[in-house]
Ligand binder design. Structure first.
Ligand SMILES: Cc1ncc(C[n+]2csc(CCOP(=O)(O)OP(=O)(O)O)c2C)c(N)n1
Ligand SMILES: [Mg+2]
Length: 614
């Protein structure tokens, strides 16, 4: 006889989650770091009661906004290189839909997170329940169907026993390096509370290990042959290098073969900034050191990257028409992009096998030497734009310089949207793998503060520095209060340029009038003058507006000793960004317009389109 235990579906679910383990550096620990929850009628009695039962093994955290709590969960997984993750549960309707943007963020960035939104009654008897959207023709449709296109696996739980195969599948997706992404189990409210005789074996402790697929022999041989024939090879390191913790193998391969490396936003910190072969950022927000090599490269070894438009300059960057791209990626969809020679494998395994096969082979010394010269030239350019000045409105780059001087490279630096991603990608000198945390797959305004909180939960002993614009701050800042409540300190540097500076600059570059981006250019009766320091202080942070770059450095040095989240606000110039480095990006300009500036921008745009490789 199978031994069973009578539990509600929600109790079975939380008990199961609390028993899933992993091993990191030989230490066994729960794979779920906890559950973020905001309760409503759709989950308080079911999941809420069940989370209380396991609160010691599987802690529950309360947030102020469902999107933000999901951001924290996702950042936690990213900071853990996808080895550990979290769940996020909401009520039905608005609470659930607040998580959909975060689901898309995790989907784009290939990050594991378990969404547990409440759903309408499976028995339909109370319909329409509070917050139910009614479809006149489809009785099975609920708002939670919005999770389908942004989940790697979606299921609606309409019977209590169904949770068993669903959780089996969920764990496969969350722990697989290729499939990895958000899982949504939509939990009908009545079913959460329904009991079933679950087999005890379902709750046995399971240990999940990271799968590291090795390359196919044929694909490996083709990649080695292509590399050996290369005169101008270049590696692009993407986020997959970090998730695979392949930095050591990457360094070994490129040092052995003299191949320069450049990094995507997701891959930055794969090698430390001061590694002589690290040309740093590539693409639209790239360094001159990386981009001039990308233009000439005859072989591009793309490791663990989605090759998004910011990396490829909308496919106008790699100008060598005879080039070969090798796609080393755990996911076949990415490995074969743009007619690349696919090499489907874990990054560390793939790099190790390439390194072994290439032993003794070296790229022409002139190519490697030329790369290192370019790096020295770039460092001189970067030093100029990040140097300290005494101006009322410093640039983002000058603020970055101040943060770097005050905090060094030993912190975890986090950002997501606005002008900062471009500036930081070029200019931040990253240290250890994972010390640069960019959410630039979805570039979600409002990721920053909650994301910082998730990173701090994953790495409580590290100093987490969040850099954020005024626009992003105003969109989602509530988890400052949560960070104070949980005693998890963040250092937040808020750059106030009084509006959406980067989009205003993009508007001007595409011939547009200054319109609806900076606060001064938006329809208003009263010009806003927002006191960000007072706002942050009201949420419990230590907050200060600093008068200058020097003032920021002093305040940052002081903030190191603060035990509470600290927000430092500095006024900045909305019109300046770093010209050095960089590459064209495809932003469609109108074909006809009454504005001559738009027509002129269109002409330039059409010329640039001619550079795009097929
Ligand atoms: C949720 C979301 N809405 C809109 C955008 C488009 N967008 C990208 S940056 C930006 C402005 C950001 O303003 P701020 O945070 O002040 O940074 P700044 O551009 O001034 O550096 C906007 C609207 C986005 N990335 N995310
Ligand atoms: Mg701004």
């Amino acid at each position: 006889m199978t031994k069973t235990i009578r539990l509600t579906m929600a109790q079975a679910l939380t008990r199961f989650l609390s028993r899933q383990m992993t091993e990191i550096d030989g230490k066994r620990m729960p794979i779920f770091g906890g559950v973020w929850a905001i309760f409503g009628h759709g989950n308080v009695a079911g999941i809420g009661e069940a989370l209380y039962q396991v609160r010691e093994e599987l802690p529950t955290f309360r947030a102020h906004n469902e999107q933000a709590m999901a951001h924290a969960a996702i950042a936690y997984a990213k900071a853990n290189f996808r080895r550990r993750f979290m769940a996020a549960t909401s009520s039905i309707g608005p609470g659930a839909l607040n998580m959909v943007t975060a689901a898309a963020l995790a989907h784009v960035n290939r990050l594991p997170v378990l969404f547990l939104p409440g759903d309408v009654f499976a028995n339909r008897l109370p319909d329409p329940v509070l917050q139910q959207a009614e479809d006149f023709s489809d009785g099975t449709a609920t708002v939670n169907d919005c999770f389908r296109p942004v989940s790697r696996y979606f299921d609606r739980i309409t019977r209590p026993e169904q949770i068993m195969p669903a959780l089996n599948r969920a764990m496969q997706v969350l722990t697989d390096p290729a499939e990895c992404g958000p899982v949504t189990l939509s939990l009908c409210q009545d079913v959460q509370a329904e009991a079933y005789e679950y087999p005890e074996s379902f709750f046995a402790e399971r240990v999940w290990h990271q799968r590291r697929p090795r390359p196919d022999r044929g694909e490996l041989a083709a990649a080695v042959a292509a590399l050996k024939g290369a005169k101008k090879p270049l590696v692009i390191a993407g986020g997959g290098v970090l998730y695979s913790q392949a930095s050591g193998e990457l360094a070994k391969l490129v040092q052995g073969a003299g191949i320069p490396v450049c990094e995507t936003q997701g891959g930055k910190s794969s090698l430390p900034d001061d590694h002589p072969l690290n040309m740093a950022a590539v693409g639209v927000t790239g360094t001159s050191a990386a981009n001039r090599l990308a233009e000439e490269a005859d072989l591009v070894l793309a490791v663990g990257t989605r090759l998004q438009d910011f990396t490829t300059g909308s496919w106008a960057l790699f100008k060598n028409s005879g080039k070969t791209i090798i796609g080393l990626n755990a996911q076949v969809f990415d490995a074969g992009k743009h007619w690349a020679l696919p090499m489907v494998a874990d990054a560390a395994e793939g790099l190790a096998e390439l390194g072994a096969a290439l032993k003794g082979w070296k790229a022409p010394a002139a190519w490697t030497d030329n790369a290192m010269k370019g790096k020295t030239a770039w460092q001189a350019d970067a030093g100029k734009v990040t140097a300290s000045i005494n101006a009322a409105y410093p640039s983002d780059a000058q603020v970055i310089g101040a943060v770097q001087r005050a905090m060094g490279s030993g912190v975890i630096l986090l950002h997501a949207a606005g002008g900062l991603p471009g500036e930081l990608h070029k200019l931040w000198q990253a240290g250890a793998p994972g010390s640069y945390h960019a959410e630039y797959g979805f570039s979600t305004m409002g990721y920053e503060i909650a994301g910082g909180l998730g990173v701090k939960m994953a790495k409580p002993d590290e100093e987490v520095v969040v850099m954020i614009g005024d626009g992003s701050y105003l969109m989602l800042n509530s988890e400052i209060a949560t960070s104070v409540m949980l005693g998890l300190k963040l250092t937040i540097v808020l750059l106030d340029n009084r509006g959406y500076g980067c989009i205003n600059r993009l508007q001007m570059a595409t011939g547009g009038a200054n319109f609806n981006n900076l606060l001064k250019d938006a329809r208003h009766e009263v010009m806003p003058d927002i006191d960000f320091a007072a706002h942050a202080a009201s949420l419990g942070a230590i907050a200060e507006k600093v008068p200058s770059i020097a003032g920021l450095e002093t305040a940052l040095a002081k903030a190191k000793d603060n035990s509470r989240t600290t927000v430092l606000v500095i006024d900045t110039d909305p019109l300046v960004s770093t010209d050095a480095g960089g590459h064209w990006w495809d932003v469609a300009v109108p074909e006809v317009s009454v504005r001559p500036q738009v027509n002129a921008a269109r002409k330039k745009y059409e010329e640039a389109l001619g550079d795009r490789q097929g």
